[in-house]
Every structure is written in C-alpha cells, then in structure tokens.
Design a protein around this ligand. Structure first.
Ligand code: DGT
Ligand code: CA
Ligand code: CA
Ligand code: ZN
Length: 605
C-alpha cells in the first residue's frame, strides 16, 4: 500500500502538470508542485487532518488544503477531475519526457493528434516531426533518448533489456580473480515483467577487486555508491545495478534475501521467529535472547517494513549460533520447507503450498515442444518462410506453426491466393524437416462484433488459428467482452492471441471482463496465449494465474517477426512460472498427438 501522503503528493503533482499544460498560470502550477512535495515529505500521516490541520504543513495554502481535505473525505478532488477530463493521460506523460515540456506536448497533441509517449516515439521514427515549428533537426533524437531514460527511471526496464544487461555484468564479475560465485537476484531472478534495478550478488574473500571491476566496465556511465559491501552504478542504458559481495559461506542466505520479494522474505522471517530462529541476509540463527521476546519480528509481520540496518544490528548483536546460510536449499530446509522457485516468491500462497508439499512442478523452457504463433515476410515479418522454419528446427521443436496475418488487417495485404501459395510452399518444406511437424496457420483479426476474417470453409483448411484483437481498442467493456467470447465460441479459433493488446509502457490493456472470457475459453476448449514478446507479455502473470483456476489452457508463443524473436519464449516462461503453470496447463508443452486432439475443438477430449 502506498502511504496516503504519497498518494496526495501524486495527485497534487498531476494537478500542477495539468495547470501548466492547459496554459494556466505558471505561478499557480509551481505553488501546487511545491505543496505536492511538502505533503510527500511531511513526516506525519495526513489521514487524520482537516483543512485547518493541513494548512499547518509548510508550503500548503488554503486552496490546496481544501482540495486535499475534499479528497480525504470524499475520495475525489473535483478540480483535478475537471482538468483530467480535458487532457488525455498520454499527453501528460508526454510532457514528462525530458526535453519535451508542456507547451510542446500540447502543440503536438493539437496539431498532429499525438496523444501518448508511444505515439510520440513512432512519430519521430516516421520523421513526422521535422518541419513542425519548434522542433529543430536534432530534437527528435533528443526526445527519443529522453523517452528511453524516462522508461528506465520509471521502473520500466523491460525483461529482455534487463536480462541482457545482467548477463553481461554477471559474466564480467564472475571473471574477476577471487570471485567464487556470481548471479543476479531481485525482481529479475523472479522474472517480473519489468524491473526497477538489477541486483547482482557475488562471493569473494576480498570484495575490492569485484567492486572496482564493476565501476570500470566500459558501459558503466555513473557510479552512484561505492562501498565494500555494496556498490551501485548506472549503465549507459540508464539501468541501475547494485552489486553486493558476501563471504562464500553466506551465499544462500544472501541470495534468498536479495531475491525477494520483500513480502516473501517477511513471511519466511515470521516463520523463523515462531520456531525461535532469526533469518537475515547473513543466515539463519538461533536467537540468543529468546526469553526477551522478539519485537522486530512482530513489527515485520504487521507492518511489512524493516530496514537492512535493523537486520545488521540483530545479526551482529542478538544472534546466537548460526544454523545454516550456505545455500538456499539449506535455509528453506531448516524452516521445514522445500526450495521454492524464484518466480513463485511473491507471497501468493507459495509458502503455504510448500508447507503442504503441494508446490507446482513449473513448466520450463525445455518443456516447450513447439511455437504456435509466428510470422514471415509474407506479412510483417522480416525473415522468409524457410529461414524461420530452419531457425525453429534448430531449437529442437517437434512442431512449428506459421501464422501470418489475415486480410482484415488491411495494411498487410493478405489474399486467399497468397495464403494458399504459402501453404503449398510449407508442405514442400515439410519433407526437409522430418523431425519437426510444420503447421500452416494464420493470425485472424477479431472484428468489433467477434467475427473473424474468413468463412468457415476457408478456416477449416488451416492446421491452427490464432485470433487476436488488432482494432477498436477503445470499445467499451461489454463490446470487448462479447467479441472475445464470440471468438472463443468459433470452432475454428484455437488460441486467443495477446488477449489484452497491451504494450508495456506504451499502450494500456483493453477494457474487458476477463473472468467472462476465461469462463468462455475453458468451456469451449480455446487456449489463451502467453505472448512472450517482452514488449507485450500478454496475458500478464496474475491474470494467467486467475485464468488457470477456470481450467483454461495456455499457449506460450513467441509471436516472432524475425528469427531472433524465436527465443522470446524464455520470457513468456517467466510469466508462466509466475502464474504457477505446469506442463499440464500448456498446450505447446504437449506431445503432438495430444495437441492434435486439442486442435479438434468440437471433438471430445
Ligand atoms: P525492483 O528492483 O523494484 O524491480 O524489485 P526488487 O524485488 O528487485 O527490489 P530491490 O531491488 O529493492 O531489492 C532486492 C531484494 O532485496 C528485494 O526483493 C527483497 C530484498 N530487500 C530489499 N530491501 C528489503 C527490506 O527492507 N526488507 C526485506 N525483507 N527485504 C528487502
Ligand atoms: Ca531490483
Ligand atoms: Ca536493488
Ligand atoms: Zn497480433
């Protein structure tokens, strides 16, 4: 939960932004900005304050206090709502881009209809800004760089960028003489869809050479903190990296601690306290003064807040004998638990399941036997049919579907003839790939009323059909829900592609009653895709977890538009694991004979 003060700070900041973007008085905007910071930094909780009490906060005037008081009592700030209604949220985001500013954001919105950061980036890449007043030759480049920075500082480093950066750094640190172990931890190890920063953990007797190596990497742009136990840097891509070095014998406890999540750690620590133990990043210890009561333990379980300093204090002072700390397995075992896979460590019931010995056997990338959603240069892919198929074969797949776009996505210029010619070509190539079954498919477009591109007779000619929403993103909830349910009910639709259509940090999800769609998918035997493109990761983990409870089956696909994208399932697997999926839940982890039965939708299974 965010602190109420932080919520109020955000609202006031937004109000200030909206004042300046709508051409309001700059002085007023600055006053609200100042008030926002004042409330955020105010040590006491604003929850109990009335307008008069609020005015005691330095920097908060009468009209601000009234607006905040209204929010505290009614949950709404009317003045803010009025301004919000006038400006799309994407335009507000645009003005936050370094080197943009409110005036230019508003001008682009009014003159060119650019209404989000994503559209802004697209417009610059398509060279639509050159010639627009106020945008000089190099401003496009500068703005793109600003967008990149903003995404990263906003906690939006995508999983692929973070993984690549982390692997590069882990390899560099592991190569330093004296380093005995090195791995990344944190949200990246838990495979969260975006990460705030990268946490690297290493073991060595002397940390100094490792810390020095990190700060001297050519792609490190800035050193934020330099110290013997922790060094933080920012890379040229704007990603923060924390390196911590611990003694070899503490590896397990430290890895567990810095992998998180915080909620998972706190629950483990509470369990430890109940059995008279103390868990910190230094290990699992007997409590020296058990009779004294453990106040920090109580604090953790109720507040969910504690600091490293606290842990350090207790580690150096109150601890008794060390029980274990060398490996994660040992620490979990000493708490009476089997090892828990990092993607599960979100306090979503995994500790309870572990206690009951009911942890799921998670699907892995190696379990995937094929890919059911890929494109070629017949539509918007970059590589030809043969090249895509050869690359897929090298991955050792048992089956592989080519699913180019269908005609209703007009810009792709698909025709019946082209589709049939591709099918023929694919059947010919099948002779060369005896180990990999080639499937001819398509990615259909789900129309506003739930219809798809071709009549049933034509659809029946495909081995597999993915159907996705590519238009009418703004339709209302009832419409979106209806169109997706109809698509599930189509006997020729096997997989719903990228269900919510979101693009992380660029486009939000469509408004849809997911439960109703999950129910329909389960009832009709339609799989839902876990689209593995790191820009999408759609459906997202918590929704996949929810869908699983309806009995929905999933297809973990690359949606590849180039040969390199065929490796994307490594990210989709992260989502699947975070959603507790096993091979039983994933149709492309099944042998071909079982998948084949699934693809005959109306037949009994
Ligand atoms: P991020 O970086 O925002 O994507 O998310 P995390 O989970 O990587 O968080 P980060 O980098 O702040 O810290 C890494 C891990 O260290 C976190 O998952 C749990 C652990 N940790 C950090 N601070 C605390 C703390 O105050 N209490 C506890 N129990 N654990 C902490
Ligand atoms: Ca982190
Ligand atoms: Ca961190
Ligand atoms: Zn698509």
């Amino acid at each position: 939960m965010t602190r109420l003060n932080d919520q109020v700070q955000e609202l006031l900041q937004e109000y200030a932004d909206l004042i300046s973007i709508t051409g309001g008085d700059a002085f007023r905007a600055r006053a609200y900005e100042k008030a926002a910071r004042a409330v955020g930094g105010y040590p006491e909780d604003v929850a109990g304050l009335d307008a008069k009490g609020l005015q005691q906060i330095p920097g908060v005037g009468k009209s601000t206090a009234e607006k905040v008081a209204q929010y505290l009592t009614t949950g709404r700030m009317e003045a803010l709502e009025t301004l919000r209604a006038a400006i799309p949220p994407g335009v507000r985001e645009m003005m936050a881009v370094p080197s943009m500013g409110p005036k230019r954001a508003l001008a682009l919105y009014q003159d060119l209809g650019i209404a989000s950061v994503g559209e802004l980036a697209d417009a610059i890449r398509a060279d639509r800004l050159s010639g627009v007043a106020g945008f000089g030759e190099r401003s496009g480049e500068k703005i793109l760089h600003g967008i990149e920075l903003m995404r990263q500082s906003g906690g939006l480093t995508l999983l692929d960028a973070a993984t690549e950066q982390a692997e590069q750094i882990v390899a560099a640190i592991a190569a330093v003489p004296g380093c005995t172990r090195c791995a990344y931890a944190g949200s990246l190890r838990r495979m969260r869809e975006t990460v705030g920063d990268i946490d690297v953990l290493a073991t060595a007797e002397d940390s100094a050479p490792l810390m020095a190596a990190l700060t001297e990497l050519p792609y490190v742009a800035e050193v934020i903190v330099r110290g013997p136990t922790k060094t933080s840097v920012r890379t040229a891509k704007g990603i923060q990296v924390d390196l911590r070095v611990v003694p070899e014998e503490d590896w397990g406890a430290a890895l567990l601690y810095f992998t998180g999540s915080k909620a998972h750690n706190i629950k483990l620590r509470t369990m430890a306290v109940r059995t008279g133990l103390k868990l910190s990043e230094y290990g699992l210890f007997e409590v020296a003064n058990a009779g004294n009561g453990d106040s920090s333990g109580n604090g953790e379980s109720t507040e969910g807040e504690e600091t490293t300093q606290e842990a350090e204090r207790s580690a150096s002072g109150a601890n008794g004998a060390k029980v274990v700390s060398a490996t994660e397995e040992e620490v979990y075992a000493a708490l009476g638990l089997p090892w828990i896979a990092p993607p599960l460590r979100e306090d979503r019931g995994e500790i309870e399941a572990a206690l009951r010995r009911e942890l799921p056997e998670l699907v892995t990338e190696a379990d995937l036997r094929g890919d059911l959603h890929t494109h070629t240069d017949l539509t918007d892919g970059l590589a030809g049919l043969e090249e895509m198929i050869d690359t897929a074969a090298a991955r050792g797949y048992a089956y592989y579907a080519v699913t180019d776009h269908a005609p209703d996505l007009v810009m792709q210029r698909m025709t019946d003839e082209k589709m049939l010619a591709q099918r023929e070509q694919l059947r010919e190539l099948a002779g060369r790939h005896r180990k990999m079954r080639l499937l001819h498919g398509t990615e259909l477009n789900i129309g506003p009323e739930g219809g798809v591109d071709w009549p049933a007779e034509f659809l029946a000619g495909f081995d597999v059909c993915v159907a996705s929403v590519h238009s009418h993103f703004g339709a209302d909830r009832a419409t979106q829900t209806r169109r997706l349910i109809r698509a599930c009910e189509n006997p020729h639709v096997h997989v719903i592609g990228h269900l919510t259509t979101r693009r992380i940090g660029r486009r939000g999800p469509i408004d849809v009653d997911l439960d109703a769609v999950f129910e329909a998918a389960a009832r009709t035997g339609t799989a839902i895709e876990v689209n593995s493109s790191p820009q999408r990761l759609d459906l997202r983990d918590e929704d996949v977890l929810r869908a699983k409870r309806y009995g929905v089956k999933f297809s973990i696909d690359s949606d590849a538009h180039a040969t390199g994208h065929l490796a994307y399932p490594r990210y989709g697997i992260g989502t699947a694991q975070r959603a507790w999926l096993t091979t039983e839940d994933v149709i492309n982890a099944w042998p071909w004979q079982r998948l084949k039965r699934f693809l005959r939708k109306d037949a009994l299974r």
